[in-house]
Design a protein around this ligand. Sequence first.
Ligand code: GAP
Length: 510
Amino acid sequence: MQKEDNLKDIISHAKEYGFVFPSSEIYDGLSATYDYGQLGVELKNNIKSYWWKSMVQMNENIVGLDSAIFMHPKTWKASGHVDAFNDPLIDNKDSKKRYRADVLLEEYIEKIRAKIDKDVNKGIKRFGDDFDKNQFLATNPNVLRNMAKIEDVEERMKDTLGKDDLEGVYNLIIDLEIVCPVSGTKNWTEVRQFNLMFSTELGSVSGDAATIYLRPETAQGIFVNFLNVQKTGRMKIPFGIAQIGKAFRNEIVARQFIFRMREFEQMEMQFFVRPGEEMKWYEHWKNQRIAWHSKLGLGEENYRFHDHIKLAHYANAAADIEFNFPMGFKELEGVHSRTDFDLKQHEEHSGKKLQFFDPEMNQNYVPYVVETSIGLDRMFLAVLSSSFKTEKLENDSERVVLSLPAALAPFKVAVMPLTKKDGHPEKAREIMNALRLEHNCAYDEKDSPGKRYRRQDAIGTPYCVMVDHQTMEDNTVTIRDRDTMEQDRVSIDELASIIESKVSMTNLLR
Ligand code: GAP
């Protein structure tokens, strides 16, 4: 199946089963905004919970925060967002489509990388186990030429984007003969900067109103509360503040489902460290975050690090954790060494000191910051897309299954009576009422058992419990595993511990 087709299937599956709906759909939707349905909200809450627990519950020196979306307008002047939170945009005059110039260039590089991968795959096919990939990469003339091309484009991107040389970015697009994916032409406008913040007005009396912004990141709410939390929580450096919340960006290219939205959610943690120790912590958090992802079992091969070519205005080092989405490898999370930029800027603009007295050093300083920042919606898409499978079964039929990490699944167990009589429904409800104290449970008595199992497979429920005639005689039920489809007969008394052992979040946190 083509990757793009796969995305289409995922979008329709997400809608059909109540995970994600287009926002205000009865009015034909609003571009790049989505609503999470009855199952989507459960999956999203479980992802949040895994992140929050890993950060706040499992780290003595990390605490949480829930700051307001509206912040004093000076915040965004201080943070640099008013002046520098821009994307370079370019329009194609024939298709009238608007693009991010840097994205066009990155996609160009991706295409060359795909050519290298293709050559490698050909070699593997031809020579099998005798194929020496490293030697091939180091010597094959095609590969070497393509690698040099990538290096050259990356160098020119770094140079032009880093200096905000918009003419240089334009020239690069022209030199590389990049065409518009829609019109196929090279008829481009010049490159312009576009600020991504949404603004609105505070206050109801005309003239008194002040322009305020919808926050484009949750991080600034953490910075302005740095001293409040440090003092009231008696926190000592190094320590972190974690926050989950909405952020808003007027994205130029808003497409690819919930990957790039104008209203989205971030899970961010700012870790305050001694000046000079930031690189050590930067490496530490890169390792911690990739370990957090690995435990979910979505496939090690689906992740890779990508060091930033163009550093944001606040960073001295930055890497993305990229995930193999249906559209290819794209940014899922960022780990940024933000220096003391933000706290110093807020000191300057507010006139308040934002410093820490370090008793071991007997010295005041503005801490440096290492940030981990992950988009919740992107994480949702990563989980959903890598779990969505169509499997061929032995009897030549097919099943659609969401092999979600069990701890994240919306329902952990579905309880079903084999028939609607003979006391089966009553017994099933009794079992469900006991299990729901710990887990989100579904009850399903409609249609044949086979159809009911398929329904639960499609929404990723790890276990189905069936009450049948034998249950009424010996207090046993069958329990069916979503992934193996195997059924075991177990005593009702064992159910809770069997389910707990597979679906518990504790296993992920351990
Ligand atoms: N505080 C740093 C910061 O905001 P960022 O790289 O701009 O850094 C962090 O954003 C993460 O937020 C990204 O890795 C991505 O997962 C998510 N994100 C950013 N823009 C998004 C958008 N328009 N839609 C969905 N998620 C987005």
